[in-house]
Design a protein around this ligand. Structure first.
Ligand SMILES: Cc1ncc(COP(=O)(O)O)c(C=O)c1O
Length: 363
């Protein structure tokens, strides 16, 4: 099912049906897709390199802009190296292509993103659902399978469930030879020091950790990456067809993403604003009867399984000048999915709350 057709956007608005609406949608958590420095860098590279790399990185499609972004990402995250993939989904698959042969057991968090789950089809290892951040269950499973070659797959932040896995304790439990794959798509730019991700300061340099992510969220670009030790990156480059057999992101997008990283490094205040808005969103949720979450995140999914009621609320918000999509993500139960970014003003969230409170009980 397609969402509404968007004709244009800024960091906080979308044009839908010819009308400019205040947007509470998407995952551009830091509003960087529209930052002037990002657009200038992308435009310069677009003119210098054209629209596409037009070949894989292993042939003639390896541009300086790709390498600059990989270096900038590794430096920002405090790891030895990073490698780009065409998107975040393929980044998860690339890790499994690189390591899957040698694994006997793969433990996956029940809420892990579909890309992590689907990546397990690329290994012949036994795949075990280890529950939603259930460390006790994981402990028992590790006791049983600990001597095997094993990997644990988890997201670094679960925005829909509004929870964070306890990566620190997980690393304590993990055998020395095991692998911990963390999809940090939603944590990069939000968690950790200056938005350096879920493992920032605690575990990023652990050689058992492999981090993956999407550039299409806080960095406002497009593409994916695998980050970790130089050995991991080399392995992905050598073994993953998701890397060798695909055309990389356009050099212009890589240049834009590098500029976005620079802005993020220079302006940690964006991350602080985003966290303040996430806390505000938690209060809005509570005012509407939602439980207090384990962690405040920039996303709030208000469950509304009935499509007609969902669409009615979506329309009421639109009449009040706001864009908040009702979605049935992955065929699951319908919800009004609200997201905020660092460029919203506090008054924007107050406006949203007023309309939601007026309609929530009688959508
Ligand atoms: C946790 C997570 N991993 C991976 C992806 C896929 O990223 P991309 O859209 O860059 O393929 C997403 C996208 O929604 C995601 O939320």
């Amino acid at each position: 099912m397609l969402g509404r057709r968007v004709e244009g956007s800024t960091a906080t608005t979308v044009r839908v049906g010819g009308r400019e609406l205040l947007s509470f949608a998407g995952t551009g958590y830091l509003g960087l897709a529209h930052h002037p420095e990002v657009l200038d860098a992308a435009t310069e590279a677009l003119r210098r390199c054209g629209l596409s790399a037009s070949a894989s990185r292993t042939t003639s499609g390896n541009f300086a802009d790709h390498e600059h972004l990989e270096e900038a990402l590794a430096e920002f995250m405090g790891v030895e190296a990073a490698v780009l993939l065409p998107d975040g989904w393929l980044a998860d698959e690339a890790v499994m292509e690189a390591y899957g042969d040698e694994l006997d057991t793969v433990l996956v968090d029940a809420d892990a993103h579909a890309s992590l789950w689907i990546s397990t089809a690329l290994t012949r290892a036994q795949v075990i659902d280890c529950g939603s951040g259930d460390l006790m269950r994981l402990h028992a499973l590790l006791d049983r399978h600990g001597e095997h070659h094993l990997a644990v797959l988890t997201d670094g932040l679960y925005p829909m469930q509004r929870r964070m896995p306890n990566l620190h304790d997980l690393l304590q439990l993990l055998p020395r030879t095991a692998l911990l794959v963390v999809d940090d798509s939603h944590a990069l730019g939000f968690l950790g020091e200056g938005g350096r991700g879920s493992l920032s300061g605690a575990g990023m340099k652990d050689s058992r950790v492999v981090t993956t992510g999407s550039l299409a969220k806080a960095l406002g670009a497009s593409g994916g990456f695998v980050a970790g030790s130089a050995g991991t990156v080399e392995r992905v480059r050598r073994r993953a067809e998701a890397f060798a057999g695909t055309t990389p992101i356009p050099p212009a997008v890589a240049a834009g993403a590098t500029a976005a990283l620079r802005v993020l490094e220079r302006e940690p205040v964006r991350v602080r604003r985003l966290r303040a808005h996430a806390a505000h969103l938690t209060r809005i949720g509570e005012a509407l009867g939602q439980e207090h979450p384990q962690v405040s995140v920039p996303v709030l999914a208000l469950p509304l399984p009935d499509e007609e009621r969902g669409r009615t609320l979506e329309r009421a918000l639109q009449e009040a000048g706001m864009f908040v999509p009702w979605t049935q993500y992955g065929g699951g139960a319908g919800a009004l999915k609200i997201s905020v970014n660092s460029e919203h003003r506090s008054e924007d969230l107050d406006r949203l709350q007023a309309v939601l409170e007026a309609h929530w009980l009688r959508p």
